[in-house]
Design a protein around this ligand. Structure first.
Ligand SMILES: Cc1cc2nc3c(=O)[nH]c(=O)nc-3n(C[C@H](O)[C@H](O)[C@H](O)COP(=O)(O)O)c2cc1C
Length: 430
């Protein structure tokens, strides 16, 4: 389950039952984590970015921009939960791998093997400006840095052989020097000697999640990721092709196809009838000012569109490409290749297509079909409203999935790796 504090829609925080004043209180998150664990979710993935969305005034005025940083929060949640995986978002562009190896490795110890990290490359210039740069690294460089980052982090986790640290009070021998490995990494972006001041984590390596469907993003996933978040809105044949593409990339990198899990994003909007579900989605949309939706599209296309007419046919020159989230940029391009849109129709379509309105049965059918027809190994649930969307899903859709035998009634008390069916990777020095 993915969560932005207020929910998946730009203005989900305005929905009835929302608690926008509580986004920095621990109890708010503890309630989600416990509800998700009871419902049998394998992991709670905490989304994060390193900036306030203030390129446009509407972003500051209308978007819930505040949240705690992941490691303090997930560390505290290790005490409130027992089985659910805890996945922290880490920007490989604006972190150092030594810090990340310690943070994620420590979370793995504190949670007894439930840690994961979501590798993001950070897509906004606003983030660059918080770290001494005027502009973000270009897309390809971000992904090269991401790949090198993974090599360094996993290398640092292998610093100590299992069993090398075995304190013997009588002899005064704390560790066996033969079991220590100094990484000595020198690459394009990092020089890291190592070793890490932490033993090898309980899972060997905490589970690596990743999102990003650009060519560079898929290449990185095929090489390193163990679970990948992919857009979920494509019709079944497209979703199957995407699924197979990731599996083939894993195989091309000498990995087993089952060791890269493909988890399409799903944002259900549930109603007792299909009409009621659609009405609920429209209620959410009605809470989003047009200006904010327009600024959202401007952000993703990298051009301020505020002086363009909203209700005339919209034309856009895509040849300049994007240094932002390419998945969204390409999504707009493909949509406009197929159909004509006004600007208003375009942002409405883009913002709507990530949501699946339906009855609990329809949503369970959709999930079951994808799961059993080679399009998903699981799902990344991003709820349109919180906490209500999660509670409603747990009460209505989860029992249907359990009854159909596609979801276990309870999460076994095990590591995140075991719950996801992933093997423990051997140390690179073995
Ligand atoms: C389900 C999902 C969750 C994501 N969560 C985050 C996040 O928490 N922080 C972030 O900076 N980017 C997040 N992203 C964005 C991706 O990490 C990535 O930067 C983006 O998809 C752009 O990659 P691309 O240019 O390869 O398409 C998320 C993407 C998806 C699909």
């Amino acid at each position: 389950m993915v969560f932005y504090p207020g929910g998946e829609h730009l203005t989900s925080w305005r929905l009835p039952g929302g608690r926008p004043a509580d986004y920095v209180t621990f109890e708010y998150y503890e309630h989600f984590a416990r509800t998700a664990e009871r419902a049998g979710f394998a992991a709670l993935f905490y989304a994060d970015e390193l900036y306030v969305w203030d390129r446009f005034a509407s972003g500051v005025e209308h978007v819930a921009n505040v949240r705690p940083e992941p490691f303090g929060l997930l560390g505290a949640l290790t005490r409130s939960t027992e089985r659910i995986g805890l996945v922290a978002t880490v920007s490989t562009t604006y972190n150092e791998p030594f810090h990340t190896a310690r943070q994620v490795g420590s979370l793995d110890f504190l949670s007894s093997g439930r840690a994961g990290w979501n590798l993001v490359t950070s897509a906004s210039d606003e983030e660059a400006r918080n770290f001494g740069l005027e502009r973000n690294l270009d897309h390809a460089a971000r992904y090269r840095r991401g790949a090198e980052f993974v090599e360094v982090v996993t290398g640092l986790w292998d610093s100590w052989d299992d069993g090398a640290i075995r304190p013997d009070v009588a002899s005064g021998r704390y560790a066996d020097p033969a079991g220590l490995h100094v990484l000595g990494h020198e690459g394009e972006f990092f020089r890291v000697r190592g070793p890490l001041n932490l033993p090898r984590p309980p899972q060997g390596r905490p589970v690596l999640f990743q999102a990003g469907s650009s060519e560079d993003g898929r290449a990185l996933a095929g090489r390193y990721a163990e679970a990948v978040f992919v857009p979920g809105s494509a019709p079944l044949p497209g979703a199957q092709r995407l699924y197979e593409d990731y599996k083939q990339r894993a195989v091309a990198n000498g990995r087993a196809r089952e060791h890269l899990l493909v988890l399409p994003a799903l944002s259900p909007v549930l109603g007792e009838t299909p009409a009621r579900a659609l009405e609920k989605l429209e209620e959410i949309e009605a809470l989003t000012p047009d200006r904010l939706s327009l600024d959202w599209l401007s952000h993703h296309l990298g051009v301020d569109l505020s002086d363009r007419p909203l209700d005339e046919r919209f034309e856009f020159d895509f040849t300049g490409g994007s240094n932002q989230v390419q998945t969204v940029f390409e999504g707009v391009r493909k949509l406009m290749d197929r159909e004509r849109f006004t600007l208003r129709e375009l942002y409405r379509t883009m913002l709507r297509r990530r949501f699946l309105p339906g009855t609990p049965e329809q949503v369970a059918d959709w999930m079951t079909e994808r799961f059993t027809h080679g399009a998903a190994d699981g799902f990344t649930l991003a709820f349109s409203s919180l906490p209500a969307g999660l509670e409603e899903f747990a009460e209505t859709v989860v029992p249907l999935l359990v009854a159909r035998g596609v979801l276990a009634a309870e999460l076994p008390a095990a590591t995140l790796r075991e719950n996801l069916g992933l093997p423990v990777p051997p140390s690179r020095y073995r």
